[in-house]
Design a protein around this ligand. Structure first.
Ligand code: HEC
Ligand code: HEC
Length: 84
């Protein structure tokens, strides 16, 4: 089996394109935060105040200690359900 020069060239082009794609996806994902889980609890929630009963320090799912500023949850946590 002989892989000619043509294959080599397009092989590198493919790697290059794949690298660009990965870099692009990485950049995109670095800008997004943990999405709202797409479960029944979180479906249809679109007010910041509605998060607090469960995600306050003594709620059932408290925020981690390193959690950034604790207002306007939905600015960072965009729902998978279409609310933003
Ligand atoms: C009825 C209680 C309840 C309410 C209201 C609620 N959550 Fe949650 N949330 C949970 C529980 C329990 C979990 C962990 C289990 C799960 O993934 O569903 C969770 C998980 C999460 C996660 C994922 C955490 C991870 O480790 O990936 C995010 C982000 C989140 N909630 C944000 C929000 C935001 C923003 C709101 C308001 C729009 C909200 N939640 C409202 C109970 C609630
Ligand atoms: C400034 C952006 C920002 C805002 C505003 C914000 N979050 Fe987060 N949230 C993050 C980031 C970033 C993480 C991931 C933190 C980590 O991995 O340690 C996170 C993680 C979480 C988690 C996963 C558990 C944890 O602590 O790691 C939950 C639940 C959560 N956020 C809920 C909320 C709720 C509820 C609010 C509103 C009261 C809120 N967030 C507001 C950026 C934000």
């Amino acid at each position: 089996m002989k892989a000619g020069k043509g294959f080599l060239k397009s092989g590198w082009m493919f790697l290059f394109a794949a690298g660009l794609l990965v870099a692009g996806l990485w950049l995109l994902s670095a800008k997004t935060f943990a999405p709202l889980p797409g479960d029944a609890i979180h479906a249809g929630l679109n007010e910041d105040m509605s998060c607090l009963p469960c995600h306050s320090p003594d709620g059932e799912s408290p925020l981690g200690e390193k959690h950034p500023p604790k207002e306007q949850c939905l600015t960072c946590h965009k729902g998978e359900t279409g609310n933003s």
